[in-house]
Design a protein. Structure first.
Length: 273
């Protein structure tokens, strides 16, 4: 297969305001759209790879907890949104810069501790299959909201390994809430209901963070209220879902990344992810 590889450093400002800026996150989508159009103008078959993508071109900062600017929960907003944007525009692979090292890695360079972006990638690959579906967001008045919104969404066919009991046609919805206020997600009828949920939130406990602070600027991350950590032998458990309501609505907490599984949607484009 012929490949086209692109690089992108997003230069996300490492602050609460920077991590939650919709316009900064929206750049991943706009860049991916341009790359897709450029490549497809030459070839319809060449594979598009994100060859090297990170939140910052950091150079060579020291391996120290004194410098962990992008190693915190807030960076996962950009990362999850970028994964969705690249998939939406036909990218076949996303090579994250970097896995370990500097102050924007997915694993802490001095302790080997998995950081929030590691767990975000783990849940993404566990839940979201490779087939991308269309999605439209609307506010309470029914007006469509775009990529500048504080609530963001992506819909895929559910990953085949998410559950062996998932029927054909299941879908998975990822939603990101950049706001400090919770909201409620309402889905269109006929999708069979939300059966399983995976909600990622920052841990408020400073003791769980390598930066010594809790919240968005800390490294502690919760899945459905439980702190995510590696075992003593370094292994990481498969993400475990919490039961959903079975209905067409679900809460979306403040500063969260939530994945909702609808196994009975019977979507015609999802025989198996």
């Amino acid at each position: 297969m012929r490949l086209s590889a692109s690089r992108q450093y997003s230069e996300v400002e490492p602050s609460l305001a920077g991590f939650t800026a919709p316009t900064r996150l929206a750049l991943s989508d706009s860049i991916a759209e341009v790359v897709n159009k450029t490549v497809r103008a030459v070839s319809k078959a060449v594979g598009i790879w994100a060859g090297e993508i990170g939140p910052h071109n950091a150079g060579s900062p020291p391996c120290s907890h004194a410098s962990m600017r992008w190693a915190v929960f807030g960076d996962s907003f950009w990362y999850a949104d970028a994964l969705a944007a690249k998939a939406r525009h036909g990218y076949a692979s996303f090579c994250r810069q970097d896995y370990i090292g500097a102050d924007y890695g997915m694993v802490d360079c001095s302790t080997g501790t998995p950081l929030p972006d590691f767990f975000t990638a783990l849940v993404w690959t566990h839940v979201m299959g490779p087939t991308v579906l269309g999605v439209t967001l609307a506010d309470d008045k029914g007006e469509t909201i775009g990529t500048s919104a504080v609530v963001r969404a992506a819909v895929h066919c559910v990953a085949k390994h998410e559950s062996s009991s998932t029927p054909n046609g299941g879908i998975a919805l990822m939603m990101i809430n950049l706001s400090n206020r919770s909201t409620t997600v309402h889905l269109e009828e006929g999708l069979g209901g939300i059966e399983r949920v995976y909600v990622l939130e920052p841990s408020p406990d400073a003791a769980s963070s390598l930066t010594g602070v809790g919240g968005v600027m800390g490294t502690g991350i919760l899945l459905n209220g439980n702190l995510l950590t590696a075992a003593d032998d370094g292994t990481v458990a498969r993400p475990t879902a919490a039961p959903g309501s079975g209905g067409s609505s679900a809460p979306l907490p403040a500063y969260s990344i939530a994945f909702f599984v609808l196994p009975h949607a019977f979507h015609p484009d999802c025989p198996w992810a």
